[in-house]
Design a protein around this ligand. Sequence first.
Ligand code: PMT
Length: 223
Amino acid sequence: MPLRDRRVIVTGGPTREWIDPVRYISNASSGKMGIALADAAFERGCETLFIHGPIDVSLLAGKNYRTVGIESTAELLHAVIEEISDGCVLIMAAAPADYCPAERSHEKIKKTGMELVIRLRKNPDILKRVAEERAAGNLNGIFVAGFAAETTDVERYAIGKLEDKNLDMICLNDVSAESAGFGKDTNIITIFKRGGSRTDLPVMPKRDAAERILDAIEESLQA
Ligand code: PMT
């Protein structure tokens, strides 16, 4: 089935893990890469859903596809599992927090000492959970693309994630590069596919990178 006949779920933005009523753990993802992908999928005629963490909602003004807001990584997992179905294309451009506080304080934590230790617990891995569902035969004909935001040994880690999370494709962005990654309007992507192919894209606006990523997905779906 070609891409335009598929349901495309894109995730974008950060997640937020509350420590107490006034403080949280998060990261600098703006949601721009995810929005660029959702825009590109929608314009290709795909039924498009954008699931996003806490981002500047003005970025979503005028969008004609469905958007769902979530806050934590646990909520993102829940939304993805609820929405994904046979034949979907899932593109995980979100930057979910890998850890959350083991306990959330219901009162503001007071500044009592020179050090404060907060115990963190590992969050669920959404792509691994999707891979488990797929392995159990619950999601037929899906295509899953992940992103890898890396700063060192970038290729090794990206290929490791492609294999570990049983992805069809991974988009590596070396976020230490000046024109790539969190909050920027441009990105530098290398696409690795299951089976070994590799495409290096030069620096380009996130929207153009999104088009190239969708071209790569389209090519895989037609193969
Ligand atoms: O939002 P922008 O400001 O435009 O920035 C874009 C971006 C840099 C956030 C984006 O291009 C990007 O790289 N997103 C992935 C960030 C990330 O979490 O990378 P990771 O290497 O930690 O995770 C690998 C993959 O696993 C990602 O597809 C991620 O969505 C997914 N993941 C991560 C953690 C988790 N608990 N579950 C997951 O499924």
